[in-house]
Design a binder for this molecule. Sequence first.
Ligand code: B12
Length: 351
Amino acid sequence: MFSEIQSLFQQNLKLDQVSHIPLKQPMTIEFYQKWLANDYHGTMKYLLDHLELKRSPQNINSQFRSVITVTQSYFPTIEKTDVALPARVAMYAQNKDYHFWLKDKLIKGISALQNQYPGDIFVPYVDSGPILEKDYAYQAGHGWFGKNSCLIHPKKGSLFFVAEILSSLDANTPALTLLPDMCGTCTRCMDICPTQAIVKPKVIKADQCISYLTIESKTVPPLELRSKINDWFFGCDLCQTICPWNEKVFRTEKIPTTHLTSTSDFLDLSESEKQDLIEFYRMILTSSNKQLQKLFQGTALDRAHGFGLKRNALVVIANRKITDLIPEVSVLLKDPKLEELADWALKELIS
Ligand code: B12
């Protein structure tokens, strides 16, 4: 059965790695529980609500007996968004929103499986469900938990998505070996993080991570972290682009050095790139939330909504000292949710 699943997901659906493992309790659930107890989840309260379901996915459906795990590399970009992104945006978000296209692939796989196993159940998960995703991918041998907490594979690096199908099938994959931790003494990811969000190896204080501050957070960033966001408009890749295992992939796959693979604090832009950036941020600040929603629909950026995109633009405009946009920033002094941040940005721009 495993070879059929493998050929379905790898040959037909063009996914990178696939495995089929018995559904067991996640190996790292205790680390998850401790992380929540430390309050590292910020306002992502759903992660607390998911604890018991993650501990035992049979609490979602008692018929679940196995997990089909898949991974898909997202760099070089595979499903590129149609929207031009001159701002510094994490690599994963250069693709169309994976919650849709990756789930579509899983659903296609499920319909093939369902024909063959009509009495069985198959439920797809991509990111947002109550599943400790990296844990199952780790159990399946797709990577080890890096110091940056991302799953790293010796040949594929860490720039890949993880997804899974929970099923009532019995897994009969040949015995799997866990990949050993190959981070060694390297601490590059911890050292480069501008906000020191990696508080110890494999532990991220999420509410300090630029990815959280620019995507998940529903408020303005705390004063002390604003300047540390540098020019990141949406997400952050530094703890991954600095990783020797990703550098090795860039080298062996002959991926050219671009802004996307940069590890510098601020991107070094040409004059024309600077102009594009200014026009992009002007558009963000002057569009209505509805217009922004329409423009970014189907991209990962839609997750931040109009408020989040304007918030992120204000931070980068201040950090990059884009004084051309002082008039547009001033208009946001009248926005009750952004007034304080706009005032801070103006002070930074004229200082
Ligand atoms: C919440 C969340 C976030 C939060 C918190 C990040 C985090 N590390 O927890 C924020 C918004 C910050 C975030 C950022 C990003 N995310 Co995110 N995120 C999630 C989500 C929804 C839950 C993760 C979670 O459970 N966190 C809770 C904590 C406790 O888990 P953890 O930090 O992973 O810690 C684990 C390990 O470190 C391990 N551990 C700890 N100590 C030890 C010790 C030993 C010995 C061992 C073996 C293990 C171990 O146990 C913990 C529990 O599993 C998952 C999807 C999912 N449903 O699982 C995606 C997910 C983890 N994110 C993903 C991605 C792509 C990102 C970003 C790269 C996006 C970006 N470029 O901006 C960044 C990376 C930042 C980073 N270094 O983690 C991918 C990761 C793929 C991969 N190759 O690893 C996932 C799996 C989504 C997906 N379906 O592809 N994310």
